[in-house]
Design a protein around this ligand. Structure first.
Ligand code: Q9C
Ligand code: ZN
Length: 342
């Protein structure tokens, strides 16, 4: 197994996050990635590889050009307009307001290109996000060269990022970018299995009208959990993509009996689709004890998850997403990978 990583992913360092009416330390920290990297090095000596660099065209295959331009310049514009600290969005056009407008100054712009308040653009967000996408691309390249599996230690995560917006700690949709890379390399059908606790609204949006990328997600019911406004079971795809989006929302409190059943339904549907490759958006915020989660998966359950995924017998790229119980993240990811490797 090869595990891809890039040190520049650690540079993104948000000062605060707004939670429960107060400013707290951000849940999504570089420390998570550092600890996960150490756990991988200990469990799989010699597996670590530096992510390669890739042309920006791979990002533009998935994201709008104006959004990519905005991500690169946003922090500089924030400072140039006399603001300090991290660039936070503050206001959104809802209901019948003028949502199509792109204001000319940074506070308006950052709102246009975001959807929620916990995620800011910091001095180094762009370089970290770009290297995170390149970490996913490096894993995809490994599959295109014939590897059976790879792990991409992506940070910041990706599955909440849409074609033209950031949020949920995500700026670039790493799994989506990897999926398109494999399509460009000749794969006909890609399945994305998203096992993060939260619905991957960005990945769903990007592929909603396509039949060549099947998005399947098991996640907390958006009635009770982030991102609230997408991820319901009746979202099944549109146009050519009808039938190629599958959401399996579960109630808070779900443990292996119900989770394992949902996962095997998801895997059966992916098996029927017969993809050339599988990308797993691997969030381990389903762990009991995760500060953002209401699911109760254990270390052993994560090994069961890995074994169930391996039973599909597809080339598989694991792309890291969420997981905020920082002392458990490494062990849980290693457990999935060991379960997969058998
Ligand atoms: N009070 C991922 O797992 N909102 N993103 C948290 C908590 C954002 C999670 C608010 C959660 C985003 C990749
Ligand atoms: Zn999550």
């Amino acid at each position: 197994m090869k595990a891809f990583f890039a040190r520049e992913q650690l540079l993104h360092d948000q000062s605060v996050e707004f939670n429960r009416g107060e400013l707290t330390a951000p849940y999504e920290s570089g420390k998570r990635a550092e600890m996960l990297f150490s756990a991988l090095e200990a469990a799989f000596p010699g597996a670590a590889r530096d992510a390669a660099e890739f042309p920006v065209s791979h990002l533009l295959d998935i994201h709008d050009a104006d959004y990519i331009g905005f991500l690169q310049s946003a922090f500089g514009e924030w400072i140039a307009e006399g603001r300090t600290g991290d660039a936070f969005p503050m206001v959104w056009p809802v209901h019948d307001m003028r949502g199509e407008k792109i204001p000319n100054t940074i506070v308006g712009k950052i709102s246009h290109y975001s959807f929620e308040i916990s995620t800011a653009i910091t001095k180094h967000s762009w370089i970290s996000a770009r290297r995170s996408a390149e970490t996913a691309l490096s894993g995809a390249q490994e599959l295109s060269r014939g590897a059976n599996m790879a792990f991409s230690l992506c940070r910041p995560p990706g599955h909440h990022a849409g074609r033209g917006y950031f949020g949920g700690y995500c700026y670039l949709n790493n799994a989506g970018i990897a999926a398109q890379y494999l399509r460009n390399e000749g794969a006909l059908r890609i399945a994305i299995l998203d096992v993060d606790y939260h619905h991957g609204n960005g990945t769903q949006q990007i592929f909603y009208d396509r039949d060549d990328v099947f998005y399947v997600s098991v996640h907390a019911d958006p009635d009770t959990d982030f991102p609230y406004f997408l991820g319901y079971a009746d979202e099944t795809g549109a146009g050519k993509g009808e039938g190629f989006n599958l959401n399996i929302p579960l109630s808070r409190g779900a443990a292996w009996p119900s989770y394992g059943e949902a996962l095997s339904h998801a895997l059966n549907r992916i098996g029927d689709y017969a993809p050339d490759a599988l990308i797993v958006s691997l969030g381990v915020d389903t762990s009991a004890g995760d500060p953002l989660s209401g699911f109760l998966l254990t270390r052993d359950d994560f090994a069961r998850m890995g074994a169930a995924i391996a039973a599909l017998q597809r080339q598989t790229l694991f792309v890291f997403e969420g997981g905020y119980a920082i002392n458990d993240v490494g062990g849980n990811v290693v457990s999935v990978l060991n379960g997969f490797l058998g």
